[in-house]
Ligand binder design. Structure first.
Ligand code: A3P
Length: 286
């Protein structure tokens, strides 16, 4: 590590004990830093970005709140950008999980932000399942009621969830050429239209020849839940001490509206109310 990084680490060591803490979702506690709930790892990434990140004009950032479709959007952007470099039948996405092809910014370090969000009710359910896969065996499963309390109080990774979405939504209105906001539900409903929109936004629109060859549909198929979740690389348990998240953990159902099978009417009502209050007057709707 160079000296500069050491300085940031020292700053972080001094800062961490001073931050408000919450019970975590799995093995880590969440700490409140600049208004958002982050893990130690997230804070370190954020401080390193603040101190050293020099975006290049060609960089692209895929931005999401966890459980909104990060894996899907990574796969889509990767295959749109690299569509002339790889054969769809022998594609890097059949050998690597999307997070190994489009890295976390916190781990490395843009010209444009491609953001995806999702109905908070589905996000909560997805995150609750995810947390229970990740929780160490020594801990009892996280009850849904507890996950609901944490989530609705804003305590989720990179949360409050609503503030995360609002930040990107407002930025997309202010800088429409720099920030594209997608909704999971829209990509589900009209995947081809969304792939065209992302390609156009990234400055690599599909040519009439590509359209004729069905490249858009190839990308949609390659990145679909069925296709990605059935790749051996995503079916195997890749959990290890260093990396407690298995590739398979990122694929569960991939559906819109699974919350109805889990949340009580009261829980859904409370979440909808928070959403309504937070987004009032912003023009944003899930
Ligand atoms: P569910 O738990 O509701 O099934 P993230 O990638 O941001 O962690 O989000 C994970 C959620 O996206 C999970 O939702 C997962 O099943 C879903 N997902 C993963 N890949 C997908 C794909 N290719 N298409 C649609 N949904 C996908």
């Amino acid at each position: 590590l160079n000296e500069g990084y050491q300085k940031t680490y020292k700053k972080m060591d001094e800062l961490l004990p001073t931050l408000p803490r919450s019970k975590g979702w799995w093995f880590d506690q969440l700490l409140q830093y600049q208004g958002f709930w982050l893990s130690n790892h997230g804070i370190r990434g954020s401080m390193l970005i603040d101190d050293y990140f020099n975006p290049r004009p060609t960089d692209i950032i895929v931005a999401t709140s966890p459980k909104c479709g990060t894996t899907w959007l990574r796969a889509l952007v990767f295959s749109i950008i690299n569509r002339n470099s790889f054969d769809f039948n022998n594609h890097p996405l059949s050998k690597a999980n999307p997070r190994d092809l489009v890295h976390f910014l916190e781990a490395h370090i843009p010209r444009r932000f491609v953001y995806i969000c999702r109905d908070p009710k589905d996000v909560l359910v997805s995150k609750w399942h995810f947390a229970n896969k990740l929780r160490p065996k020594e801990l009892p499963p996280l009850p849904l009621e507890e996950a609901f309390e944490l989530f609705s109080n804003g305590v989720s990774h990179y949360g409050p969830f609503w503030d995360h979405v609002l930040g990107y939504w407002k930025a997309s209105l202010e800088w429409p050429k720099k920030v594209l906001c997608l909704k999971y539900e829209d990509v589900k409903k009209e995947p081809s239209g969304c792939v065209r929109k992302v390609a156009e936004f990234l400055g690599v629109p599909f040519s009439p020849e590509e359209e004729k060859k069905g490249i858009v549909e190839e990308i949609v198929k390659l990145c679909s839940f069925e296709s990605l979740s059935n790749q051996d690389v995503n079916k195997s348990d890749t959990r290890s001490r260093e990396n407690p998240m298995s590739n398979s953990d990122f694929f569960r159902k991939g559906e819109v509206g699974d919350w109805v099978n889990h949340l009580s009417p009261q829980m859904s009502e409370i979440l909808d109310k928070i959403t309504e209050q937070k987004f009032q007057g912003t023009g944003f709707r899930f």
